[in-house]
Design a protein around this ligand. Structure first.
Ligand code: ZN
Length: 317
């Protein structure tokens, strides 16, 4: 069977405050803001995309900042932790950096015998990790506030809590081209490509409360597929599994289908093309508000409602 799914495309989460979100991800974590646009389903809300220099799949964390939204709750049926990939030599740099910006973090822990993991949360309580290993060949952003040798390479893995892992594992392995590559106690790691940026950890957490949507929680996880043709083939597989996928939707930088996995997490399959340079030059990504053609007529009104994005990058160097 042809491999239609090649790994993780992006993770989308919910935030409560636009400026705090920008300061945390572009400032403290030093990710590149690769796109400022709006929520295509609610255009009075920003949609901010952070990633590596080119905004490649496997590096993209996006947010809908809903002003003043109440906090959600981590729990089962939810993607609770999004982990970033770093070289093992950067542990000292990052513990110092988190301390400098008063971000509380748990002491470094070992995972699968080859990863050092530090857990922390953003201002809304979104679960994050820094994973330090020597497995990642990708480069960090060279012009960000963090020196390139210590810059985030993209995702390492995501962690989903489930009542039981079997039905989600079945979907991953049978329809989404993943295989089980590691397991330890209640953690089962799947991947469509065995490289950092593509690991899906299913954690059995039957005794946890059910996750509740709100700020500080993940809205959905998107997998990557090369193009519209492979996307339609994946869609057929999802239809056959009776998971009722949406029609193909145009997200300007990719096309998408969505469906809910058996444990309750919203999954998306997004195309690699056309990518984030579709509507602005690659060296100016994220510098100005981009709207899909169908919202251009409302630009003046939307800009007024959204308010400008502002933060002082110098403060984070
Ligand atoms: Zn998405």
């Amino acid at each position: 069977m042809e491999q239609l799914i090649r790994g993780i495309h992006h993770v989308t989460a919910i935030a409560a405050d636009t400026t705090k979100n920008l300061e945390f991800y572009a400032g403290i974590l030093g990710l590149r803001l690769v796109k400022q646009t709006v929520n295509f389903d609610a255009p009075e809300v920003y949609h901010l995309y952070y990633g590596d220099e080119a905004g490649q799949p496997g590096t993209i964390l996006t947010f809908f900042p809903y002003g003043g939204l109440r906090n959600g709750r981590h729990g089962k049926g939810m993607l609770n932790t999004t982990a970033f990939s770093l070289p093992s030599a950067s542990v000292g740099y990052w513990t110092e950096r988190l301390k400098r910006f008063n971000v509380p973090f748990k002491p470094p822990a070992e995972r699968f015998g080859e990863e050092t993991v530090i857990y922390f949360e953003d201002a809304d309580g979104l679960g994050l990790e820094l994973v330090f290993s020597d497995k990642d060949q990708r480069k960090g952003w060279s012009y960000g506030p963090v020196p390139q040798e210590h810059a985030i390479r993209g995702f390492y893995n995501v962690e989903i809590w489930e009542e039981g892992y079997e039905r989600t594992a079945g979907l991953l392995t049978e329809q989404l081209d993943h295989r089980l590559i590691a397991e330890r106690s209640n953690r089962f790691r799947f991947a469509a490509a065995d490289s950092p940026g593509n690991y899906i950890d299913l954690v059995c957490a039957p005794d946890s409360l059910k996750g509740l949507a709100g700020s500080g929680t993940v809205h959905h996880l998107a997998f990557r597929t090369p193009d519209k043709d492979t996307q339609l083939q994946v869609r057929e597989r999802i239809v056959k599994r009776m998971l009722n996928p949406t029609p193909v939707l145009d997200r300007n930088y990719f096309t998408s289908i969505y469906f809910r996995e058996p444990g309750g997490v919203l999954f998306e399959v997004a195309t690699d093309v056309p990518g984030f340079a579709a509507d602005e030059p690659a060296d100016r990504l994220g510098e100005s508000l981009q709207l899909p053609s169908w919202f251009e007529k409302d630009r003046a009104e939307l800009e007024k409602k959204l308010g400008p994005l502002a933060y002082n990058m110098e403060h984070y160097k």
